[in-house]
Design a protein around this ligand. Sequence first.
Ligand SMILES: [Zn+2]
Length: 224
Amino acid sequence: MTSLGLKLKVAILDRTKDKVTNLFRLASVMETQLKRSYQISYQTYINFPISKFNNHNRIINSGLDGFAYKTFFSTIKKTVNVSFFMKYRIVRNPDQKMNNEHLIQIMDNIGEMKNLYGFAHNIGGSTVSLNVSYVNNIIQGLDNNTIPHELGHTFSLLHVDDQSTLRSDSRQYWTHAKQNTKDSTNIMFSGGSKYNTDLTSTTVVGDQINLLINAYRNGKLNLN
Ligand SMILES: [Zn+2]
């Protein structure tokens, strides 16, 4: 069994004109939702290289004697328990965001935000904008999807049902058969999917945590 701790630092900023949102409540709900979605226990397989022996117990590690050189892998199954931790602070302008922080900014329902719940600025990025008109739904527990979904994009997750996912990272694409399983409550269905609902699209699968870990190890997270 392996324990995995995901630690997220958040700077919260209200950029609206009227500043009506209770940022402390929003932060507390965010933490609850992120724990609900990302604190999972899952089984995964890891490959590790092993040496193969010939009939004389000699390690075969070259192309001698007609054997092509090859690394052999053995696979073991392990259980991963994920814990999610969030720390936050409230800031007054975007420049106060530090490099190791995500910026969650609340915006007025105008311009590029018009009628959007929110959006992540980049895949693997660190800024998420939320539309003030829909923040109350989040605080009241009617929308449990927007926060885990948009932060999912910043953790390098793509829409599982989007054709464009096939081109950018086909590992993340789910066939229709795979969509129509117990995992139909996944957080990463696109807004247009029949499986996407504000209230119940809250789950994450182990493959998505593995992707997130790989992206982190390869320096592809926390970008701007
Ligand atoms: Zn999305």
